[in-house]
Design a binder for this molecule. Structure first.
Ligand code: ADP
Length: 536
């Protein structure tokens, strides 16, 4: 049984079966802790593979009706859920804080972002899923009406990490629901409480039973992969690789958003104040636990000292601590001890190899928190520059020029996103096209994340496929179906049907060449006649 704080002011409608109401007689329990205080804030069941299979079977019962009501019918339910999210923002932020120790402002961003995204896909899905009526590739194909239909995978499995316990599930669950799929969500075992709130909310609105949450760790996630028809995964590259292999085994499609080591390039013509403020935010937001956080900085030599001074001042000024309902801090704790250990290792290894810590560099003195850190005198032999840190560190390197910055930015196994800071926007856009990453923001960080019309996906070891990107965001959850309907009255037989006849074939080939070949080949009857074979 889930054991979160009671929801102040939450609607007390009689819920249908929800994950939060499951008994915990059978499965083992997972304790959920506030990483800032260490306090246990809830327990959730570790769902077995059989339980997951049963949930998926149940979703399959309800999905056809969900698909049948069409995007218009689904829009009504999705917008009702958006209302619920907005009405329950305060409570949701509190649950979110309890399992993450995020600052209050950060906790309030998740539900706001979620409501924005749901509104977009609820309202646009009808347009995005409308049948395509492609023009035939050749005049000969004009005898059929051609239609491409988008029909959802019945059950989409969404597996999410712990860094944005509410926004991260919403990012993929609701586009999939808008597409007409049913969704089984497996949130991180570190932060499952917010996801359970989503399931409760869905049930409270009385929406069809096409969305369920199962809690547990890797084995539960593996069971989702073993039963769903499409997998959308966000998490580490190591786990993504295992999931891809499991999906290949079942011959089901998948989309993976994995690790990142996002570079920021600061050019000598940049507004250095904006660059410092933006990179401080991009590196420290959510204690750096963002797949698209700035993880390394390359600065052109003429402005290096000035930029480093500004960045260090900005990072030093950050207030770190535990917020209650009052917003007093910018930076909170890390998700768990193993995350803190990675950050400490990256800093220690860098220092041992000659790097300098300009601010931070150690634990902050409460829970798992680590101080916002700026490192200089670093290079590409150090783990803080090559491995994903997923923590509050900004290693800064001096580069001779734009070409060196691009070369070093591309010297990574990852390719999620990047930023370029320059006074010349055209130069920035030109550099963007030379960077191997799924997104490049000029004079900003994360901007692509707030533009659902753009795809969000990683290159290299940062992922396979992408989420969003307007219509692709729902079409990815659909199978394409080609439908042909005759336009002209039909005869008893088509030209190509049995029995075979060489004259009929030559006629058809001649027509195809006339319609699609070049120059004399279009009308070369002699060449055609030679195909006839025989003695003539
Ligand atoms: P992290 O350890 O940073 O949370 P992971 O990539 O290990 O990153 O986990 C992301 C999500 O994947 C979590 O919900 C986790 O429970 C789930 N998971 C872990 N291993 C597997 C697996 N083998 N199959 C499916 N899901 C898994």
């Amino acid at each position: 049984m889930t054991d979160t704080d009671p929801a102040p002011g939450a609607a007390a409608k009689t819920p249908r079966k929800t994950p939060a109401a499951k008994t915990c007689d059978g499965p083992a329990l997972i304790e959920v802790r506030n990483p800032g205080t260490g306090a246990v804030v809830g327990t959730v069941p570790e769902e077995t593979a059989d339980a997951v299979a049963a949930e998926v079977r149940e979703l399959r019962v309800h999905q056809p009706e969900w698909e049948a009501i069409g995007p218009g019918g689904r829009k009504a339910w999705l917008l009702q859920f958006q209302d619920w999210l907005i009405d329950n923002t305060d409570r949701l932020a509190t649950v979110l804080q309890s399992e993450t120790a995020k600052p209050r402002v950060d906790a309030l961003i998740d539900p706001g972002f979620a409501a924005d995204l749901i509104g977009y896909y609820a309202r646009r899905a009808a347009k995005f899923l409308a049948d395509d009526r492609p023009s035939p590739h050749s005049p000969l194909a004009r005898v059929k009406r051609l239609t491409t239909v988008y029909r959802p995978y019945p059950v989409v499995g969404v597996i999410t990490p712990w860094n944005f316990p509410l926004a991260m599930p919403v990012m993929d669950v609701f586009p999939a629901l808008a597409a007409g799929a049913a969704v089984i969500l497996k949130p991180s075992e570190v932060t499952p409480l917010s996801a359970l709130e989503l399931a409760k909310g869905w049930a409270e609105t009385g929406a069809p039973e096409v969305f369920t949450v199962v809690t547990g760790a890797g084995a539960t996630g593996a069971a989702v992969v073993g039963n769903a028809d499409y997998i959308q995964f966000t998490g580490s590259t190591a786990t993504g690789r295992k999931i891809a292999a499991a999906c290949v085994d079942r011959m089901i499609p998948y989309s993976l958003e994995l690790g990142g080591k996002d570079p920021a390039i600061v050019l000598a013509d940049a507004d250095l104040d904006r660059a410092a403020h933006g990179i401080a935010f991009g590196g420290m937001f959510n204690s750096g636990q963002v797949c698209i956080s700035v993880e390394r900085v390359y600065v052109e030599a003429p402005v290096y000292d000035e930029f480093v001074a500004k960045l260090t001042a900005d990072v030093k000024a950050l207030r770190q601590g535990l917020d209650g309902r009052d917003a007093k801090h910018e930076v909170g704790a890390l998700a768990n001890e193993s995350q803190a250990a990675i950050v400490q290792r990256h800093v220690d290894e860098a220092v041992a190899a000659g790097a300098k810590v300009l601010t931070g560099g150690r634990r902050a003195g409460f829970g798992t928190a680590f101080e916002p850190t700026v490192l200089v005198d670093v290079d590409h032999t150090m783990s803080c520059v090559t491995e994903e840190t997923f923590g509050p560190t900004l290693p800064v390197m001096k580069v001779a020029d734009e070409a060196e910055a691009i070369r070093l930015a591309n010297d990574s196994v990852y390719g999620l996103s990047a930023s370029v800071w320059t006074g010349d926007r055209e130069r920035g856009a030109r550099i963007a096209r030379q960077i191997n990453a799924g997104a490049v923001n000029i004079n900003d960080v994360f901007a692509n994340l707030f533009s659902f019309a753009l795809p969000m996906g990683g290159w290299g070891l940062s992922g396979v496929g992408a989420r969003w990107g307007g219509a692709n965001g729902v079409r990815k959850y659909c199978r394409q179906q080609a439908i042909t309907v005759p336009i002209l009255p039909t005869q008893h037989k088509e030209l190509f049907w049995y029995p075979y006849s060489m004259p009929k074939l030559l006629f058809a080939l001649g027509a195809m060449r006339a319609a699609g070949a070049r120059g004399l080949r279009r009308l070369d009857l002699r060449a055609l006649w030679k195909l006839k074979g025989g003695d003539t």
